[in-house]
Design a protein around this ligand. Structure first.
Ligand SMILES: CC(C)(COP(=O)(O)OP(=O)(O)OC[C@H]1O[C@@H](n2cnc3c(N)ncnc32)[C@H](O)[C@@H]1OP(=O)(O)O)[C@@H](O)C(=O)NCCC(=O)NCCS
Length: 181
């Protein structure tokens, strides 16, 4: 049986694919089905064997992101799930995402629990354990930061956004959304 990685916009997913993704997201993170708004913003990477999704992941464009005097575009990496663990399925998806980001000179950034750090390192991502507090979404309702103690895994692009952020640990990154984590 042939395994393959397919790449699809959220709005192009079949009903069957969306069902499998929502089931996995609920099982792992106890969150509700993805909204149409969320699907419209995401590109999915699915490792499939026939009709079955073995592992999944998505990237979401986040722009404009402000840091110091610059404006940047990031791609949030999210919804990373292997339906069967320890078979290399998660790595297949995450390395495909990394390849896509590098080929298109895009900065990729995700937030994960410390226990998943070795996994992302094995997939070729750099990890920043102490930069999470720098990322903030500000709105009329106040400031939202990551409160889950997550760390950052990332791949930089030619603008060297993460290198600049890590060099100035007391400066804030202003996000247009709190949906990055
Ligand atoms: C995290 C997750 C996606 C990893 O997927 P997976 O398919 O089980 O991982 P893989 O089999 O592809 O592992 C790839 C490599 O990472 C290693 N690895 C995976 N999880 C690890 C862990 N927690 N600690 C140490 N190493 C780990 C594997 O040993 C393997 O190493 P190798 O390449 O040297 O053989 C999976 O455990 C999962 O779905 N977790 C629940 C959802 C979740 O937390 N997602 C992450 C959200 S940020």
């Amino acid at each position: 049986m042939k395994q393959q990685i397919i790449q699809k916009r959220g709005t192009e997913l079949s009903g069957e694919e969306l069902q499998q993704i929502n089931d996995a997201i609920y099982r792992e993170f106890k969150v509700q089905p993805l909204s149409l708004e969320s699907l419209q913003k995401k590109m999915f990477f699915l490792l499939q064997e026939n009709e079955k999704i073995l592992a999944m992941g998505a990237i979401m464009k986040v722009t404009p992101v402000k840091f110091e005097n610059g404006t940047y575009t990031l791609f949030g990496i999210m919804n990373i799930i292997a339906n069967e663990k320890g078979q290399g399925y998660g790595k297949a998806v995450v390395t495909a995402i990394k390849k896509y980001l590098l080929e298109n000179d895009m900065t990729g950034i995700g937030f994960c629990m410390l226990k998943n750090k070795p996994f992302y390192e094995k997939c070729g991502f750099a990890v920043a354990e102490h930069a999470t507090h720098q990322f903030v979404h500000k709105s009329d309702n106040g400031e939202i930061r990551n409160e889950d103690g997550q760390i950052i895994f990332y791949v930089d692009s030619s603008d060297q956004f993460m290198k600049k952020v890590l060099a100035q640990p007391n400066k804030e990154v202003i996000l247009p959304t709190s949906g990055l984590w």
